[in-house]
Every structure is written in C-alpha cells, then in structure tokens.
Design a protein around this ligand. Sequence first.
Ligand code: G3P
Ligand code: CA
Length: 257
Amino acid sequence: LKEYPENTIIQRPIVAAHRGVPSLAPENTMASYRLAYDLGADMIETDLKITKDGHIVIMHDDTVNRTTDGTGRVRDLTLDEIRALDAGIKFGPEFKGEKVPTFKEFLQDFKGKEIVLLVELKDTGIEEQVIKEIEEENMVDQVVLQSFNLGSMTKMNKLKPEIPDGYLFSAGVPGTEAGKLKNAQKMLDYGTSQNVTLNASYGSAYQEFNTYMRQRGMLNMHWTFRDEVAFSDKLQEGIIGPITDYTQWLTHSPINL
Ligand code: G3P
Ligand code: CA
C-alpha cells in the first residue's frame, strides 16, 4: 500500500468489486473475490442462480458457456456437473482449476471479514433459500441483496427486513432528460415507500438523484464502471458507490473531490 503523510484524509468512494475483479481474474470465482478483498474493496458483487438439483451457485449468465469449459443452462445441470467445470481456464492458464463457487462457499470464505457482500439474485423463486443460507451462516449483517426484479425485491424485503435491499434499475430508457429524471424520481419515491435502496445504472445517477439519496442516508450503488472518464466524471458529481470491474483503480489512491 502507498504511504501517505500522517493525518491525511483519504476520501474515496465505497467500492463494490463487480463479480470480483474481472479485469484481472476470472469473473465470479473465488480467486477473483479474494483478489478484490486483497485490493481493499468495500463490497464484493456477485450473481446467484439455481441448479437443476436445487443448489445455489454463482454464475452471471443463464448458461455456463461463456465463462467455463462446459456448455448448457445452469438450470439444466446438477451441482456435481457444474462443479466439474473449469471456470478459470478461459481467462488464463494460471487460473486453471477454478470452480464455479457455491453461494455457501462464498459466504463461508468471507464470514466475519471486513467486507460486505452485494448479492444479486439472477433467478426468481430462490429468495427463501438465499435468505436461509445467509441466516445459517449468521451473516445477516454482512450482506446486501439486490435484484432487477421488483417482485423478488419486495419478497425479500418482507421475508427479512433486516437485510438491506437494493433495487437495480436504469432510468436511462429512451426519452428526454426530463423524462428520465421523472422516471428516476418515481423510483426514488417507490424506494422510500418500500424501504429499499436503489442501485441505479450510472447513466441514471443524476445529481438530483444522488442528493436525494444522500439526504435520506440511502446507500446507492451504481453499475457498472468500466471507463476511467465516466468514473472520474461521476465521482466529481458525487456518487458514493461505484460497482466496478476495476477495483484496482479506486481503492489504493486518494480521490480529490
Ligand atoms: O450490480 C449490478 C450489476 O451487476 C447488474 O448488471 O448484468 O452485471 O449483473 P449485471
Ligand atoms: Ca450482477
């Protein structure tokens, strides 16, 4: 770590490592998450899906095709079949042997460590099971749940209000700036009424939106930063929580706002 003079205040955002650090290690693997932790990420973002035989595993896509050496839909494969796949080799030979993690394994690895797990549900109907696994590990205080599915989000909020929920949305739908802002405002009202926070795409992170969220003490995480210029612009505008593929850009240097 870089050394700074004593009493230096390093002001930096809350950094969520998107699927680990996919710019340096294969996405959604334990190697990628451990790297995120070592780099000083504040949160690790991840995606959950269910296997044919009812196990929760970590995978972004519907199929295993892009990230592993196998083929097929997660929903059509058993846990044993998925665990037999290599989730590292396509990224590079040094990651050969990385497996598709189970949600349990992920939880257990970071239990009690100084990091928050930002867990996105990619399937619906798994809400109870996901919450049960979090409870079994006594990690209610270490997890934030998120989903693009409003029904799923509301369900989780009812099942376990103690776990913060972040509704993923994008106000960047075609239309005028005023229309987008109106949409963002609608979502904000919804979030406040349902006690869920709003994790908007960074294109939807209007200054008014950020101010509104900050005034209410609502953490809002924005996805997904992969561009240094956009990063810098939005940090200047005051976003608090970038979700990024490039954790290494943000965690080890001071940000001059
Ligand atoms: O954390 C939110 C972000 O991950 C949503 O997009 O497609 O990468 O899951 P996606
Ligand atoms: Ca995600």
